[in-house]
Design a protein around this ligand. Sequence first.
Ligand SMILES: [Zn+2]
Ligand SMILES: [Zn+2]
Ligand SMILES: [Zn+2]
Length: 336
Amino acid sequence: MHELRKDPLLNRWVAVQFDSKPPEYYNFEEENEKEHSCILCAGREKETPSEITAIRNKGSQPNDSGWLARVIPNPNPILRIEGDLGRRGIGMYDKMNSIGANEIIVETPEHDKRPEDMGLEQMVRVVTLYKERVADLEKDSRLRYALIYKNSGKEAGAVYTHSHSQIIATPIIPMRVKDELDGAKKYYAYKERCIFCDMMREELRYGDRVIFETKNFIAFCPYVPRFSFEFWILPKRHSCAFQEIYAEELEDFGLMILSMIKKLRSVLKNTPYNYIIHTAPNRIPRRDHWHTLGEDFHWHVEVAPRLMRISGFEWGTGFYVVTTSPEDAAKYLREA
Ligand SMILES: [Zn+2]
Ligand SMILES: [Zn+2]
Ligand SMILES: [Zn+2]
């Protein structure tokens, strides 16, 4: 079991496992490499927790084979859906129960199918499940934020080799998200414009950092990246919440993700990577709190290849060193 503890210096919440045994760092990936050991594969449905939702062939039953993409609770969750928040103080410190959701989106029934080889129809199924799950989790008033993310490769944090993404919904707004929301709000207060819309206009005007465009989306390397070959995907239509994406945009979003992962693979081969979707926090319980959120925030995807490990310098300063300029990275990715 985990509990959530708040750092009184930086207001950052950390999930701490409190009933841990002496160090037992289990290598999930190695375990999954073993033959017949992957529970995400088709035919192993009975060995996973009961599915939350799935896109299935006609006539197939839940928790049976015949699915095309499915969502299951994480078998090793950090946060649990049952219970109350139990927020309390211990002397000068704050803590709460690890309430939240931890879900795995199994992107394909086939163990060796990589996202870049899935095809558009399958990628659209995956992003459709993303939307469905975030929209559903937003209804739980205990939850403040839902992050969709993908870890690809062990060095990027993946515990399964089978293609998957994850959702974690937290009872607090995580610090990185809050920093972005605050920055966007300040910019809006000053300029009365969305910073992301401005950024998009500037990138299109300048051009050298733009990688790829579809009807509804644009991919570019940010002017100030933290990782070499980092890129962002933004919807051209201003919208603060990913789950409010239109049906016709969803298809285009699938195309954008698929095209960009293909480009990433073609330039950087097997480099591990992460992507995340930054959407607005849950607005239901604190409707009055986010006065301008609908205008000042703009949902987006951030993609970070893990070419180098974080060093003591980055850890100690939050100051990143990037070895490929975003202008060069965009050029390589554009031409791929
Ligand atoms: Zn598998
Ligand atoms: Zn915008
Ligand atoms: Zn972001």
